[in-house]
Ligand binder design. Structure first.
Ligand code: F6R
Length: 615
């Protein structure tokens, strides 16, 4: 998604801003830009390039322009194609000020009409350009003081935004504002950094001020002045953020995704141990009291993509272990539905990044109705952590590849642990059973890793080259292996660009079976429960009878199912609720290998972004 970086201070800043953009590069983008007030000429200089950030860096190599006040941006196209013209920063009619923006200005069409009436000439197809012309209109045409201009702007803007403005008329000031999209200031000595994520500057400072929702600020080299949208001065504490969140290197791995697949055992261990360490103080984290937890009757998970799949799988944990009725809603759909206020209910937002706009909006809606919210995220400094009543942190470490791997498995581990924790506090299980659940997680994490080791050579050398020719896949499962099949289909689609669809196995004969022939691989994720297994076996026979090509992930004793398969992967026994977690590593590796033989940009798939900060 788009990233914003800014700098004001004692040093020339071009490299700092480009380094910041590099650090946020993994989020995905299709063009990049830089602007500064040149320290020699005192004029605004802008450079933009489509494609990789390296194109922008290359184009700047032959230019000496640099300054003490600058901006950078990587854009993931929403309004207007990925062209150099549409790339940020955007300038006003006089080319004396520049704006970078994340989010969407929803009323840009009406604002543009008003501004065109005032003779502003627009050069791009973007919604963001209105910001440059609005600031120009107020500060240059109407000669308004800049802070007054900022307030007038935020009063009119609809939608979500985090934006920064620099102007050659105010060389000592950086103007920033946010509503709905994250923005923060890194506090240095005689220099200030701005970023849509602190990762942009954590090599320079770990003191960070997160702009509150609906606020704007004037930043100068020695400090800042922060205001709410009514123009009242705000006083907000800065925080020290964990700088280990600087993206790690790939090491010997060809891709971050592969590295992150291999890191899962360690990440699960770390997550469970972390949860064990906070268990005695768990009510400091949950945002609800012990009594509220004991009275808890139902839970709703909210999330998108892989995180929603983790929620769907966790439904089974909470219903089976804690006896709590649980549902999982896609955050992007939830806010359009009728809201039913419920007693003794908890909303748990699941998000690796903690910045997914749909998830944040869903949580804000829940909070408007006064219901309790808990965040489960991987990023301690995220907006989700700040906005929910409580938060729990997975310990996956930075996940750089766009396709989520270790975030998913640590979410599953965390939610399995939490379901047992709730069951324990509701007195549904003993302390011993709670401890056993932790051991089950450690064992499953080990199995997840061992299974990859066992099959990785076969998958890479034999499977992937063989399946490269197939352009469509169906994934099926039953009970909890169905949401797992959904996750597998998502993983394959996003990195290999092969169409993959997941179905509950029982639904095959209600339609999708018509698709099955020898050219369509059907991947079956088995289940340890004997009744569910028998049903899956019948589905496999239906596919076999139509000459379908079957790939099976099953237990060793599930001989009949294994014998129907053209290719089979045997998964050691674990508790049935954790069977998907045991299959996670090999499923991801299978998808990774298929994408690799096709030569795709695995860590940064086309059209996708790591952190989806627009709805
Ligand atoms: C898929 C993937 C996405 C994310 C989704 C939610 O591999 O990464 O589907 O899971 O965009 O992101 P978070 O978890 O950051 O809210």
């Amino acid at each position: 998604m788009c990233s914003v970086v800014g700098y004001i201070g004692k040093n020339k800043s071009r490299d700092t801003v480009l380094d910041g953009l590099t650090r946020l590069e993994y989020r995905g983008y299709d063009s990049a830009g830089f602007a500064c007030i040149d320290s020699e000429t005192k004029h605004l200089v802008v450079a933009k390039k489509i494609g990789q950030l390296s194109n922008l860096k290359q184009s700047l190599k032959n230019q000496s322009s640099d300054g003490f006040l600058s901006l950078g941006h990587t854009r993931w196209a929403t309004h207007g194609a990925a062209t150099e013209q549409n790339a940020h920063p955007h300038v006003d009619c006089t080319s004396s000020l520049a704006v970078v923006h994340n989010g969407i200005i929803e009323n840009h069409t009406s604002l543009k009409k008003i501004l065109e009436h005032e003779d502003h000439a627009f050069k791009t197809e973007t919604d963001s350009e209105v910001l440059a012309h609005l600031f120009e209109q107020y500060t240059i045409d109407e000669k308004m003081p800049p802070l007054q201009a900022m307030q007038k702007m935020v009063e009119q803007l609809e939608g979500a935004y985090a934006f920064c403005i620099i102007s050659e008329h105010y060389p000592d000031s950086l103007f920033i504002a946010r509503k709905g999209s994250p923005l923060c200031i890194g506090l240095g000595e005689g220099e200030m950094f701005v970023g849509s994520d602190p990762l942009a500057f954590t090599d320079k400072t770990n003191r960070v001020l997160f702009l509150p929702e609906k606020s704007y600020a004037l930043v100068h080299k020695d400090g800042y002045a922060l205001y709410d949208f009514s123009g009242n001065v705000l006083s907000v504490q800065s925080q020290i953020v964990d700088t280990s969140w600087i993206a790690g290197e790939k090491g010997d791995h060809e891709h971050y995704m592969l590295k992150e697949i291999y890191e899962q055992k360690h990440a699960i261990d770390k997550t469970v141990r972390f949860f064990q360490s906070i268990h005695t103080t768990i009510f400091d984290y949950l945002g609800i009291t012990q009594e509220e937890l004991q009275n808890l009757e139902s839970i709703t998970f909210l999330g998108c993509g892989t995180s929603a799949h983790a929620g769907k799988l966790a439904q089974f944990f909470f219903e089976q272990k804690a006896g709590i009725q649980t549902r999982c809603e896609l955050a992007s759909e939830f806010r359009h539905k009728t809201f039913f206020k419920q007693k003794n209910h908890l909303y748990i937002a699941i998000s690796q990044s903690g910045e997914t706009a749909d998830t944040l909006e869903a949580i804000r809606l829940v909070q408007e109705h006064g219901q309790a919210t808990l965040a489960l995220t991987n990023v301690a400094s995220s907006t989700l952590v700040r906005e929910c009543d409580g938060f729990l942190l997975t310990q996956a470490g930075p996940e750089i590849a766009v396709a989520s791997t270790k975030a998913f498995s640590t979410q599953l581990a965390a939610l399995y642990w939490l379901a047992h924790c709730v069951a324990y506090h509701k007195k549904s299980i003993s302390h011993k059973q709670f401890q056993e659940s932790e051991t089950e997680l450690f064992t499953t994490a080990e199995i997840l890793e061992n299974v990859i080791e066992q099959y990785k050579h076969e998958i890479m050398m034999d499977c992937a080259p063989f399946y490269k020719k197939y352009k469509e896949f169906i994934f099926i499962g039953r009970h909890n292996s169905f949401p797992f099949a959904e996750e597998a289909a998502l993983k394959l689609k996003e990195i290999s660009y092969v169409f993959a669809q997941a179905y509950p196995a029982g639904e095959l004969k209600h339609g999708p079976l018509a698709l099955v022939d020898e050219f369509l691989p059907v991947v079956i994720f088995s289940h340890p429960d004997p009744v569910i297994y028998q049903k899956l076996l019948s589905n496999a026979q239906e596919i076999k009878a139509r000459k379908g090509h079957i790939i099976v992930f099953a237990l060793e004793h599930q001989k009949e199912l294994l014998s129907l398969a053209h290719r089979a992967f045997i998964i050691p026994a674990v508790p049935s609720l954790l069977f998907p977690l045991a299959m996670t590593g090999i499923m991801q590796f299978f998808c990774y290998a298929l994408a690799k033989v096709s030569g795709h940009a695995i860590d940064k798939p086309r059209n996708l972004a790591k952190s989806v900060t627009v709805e």
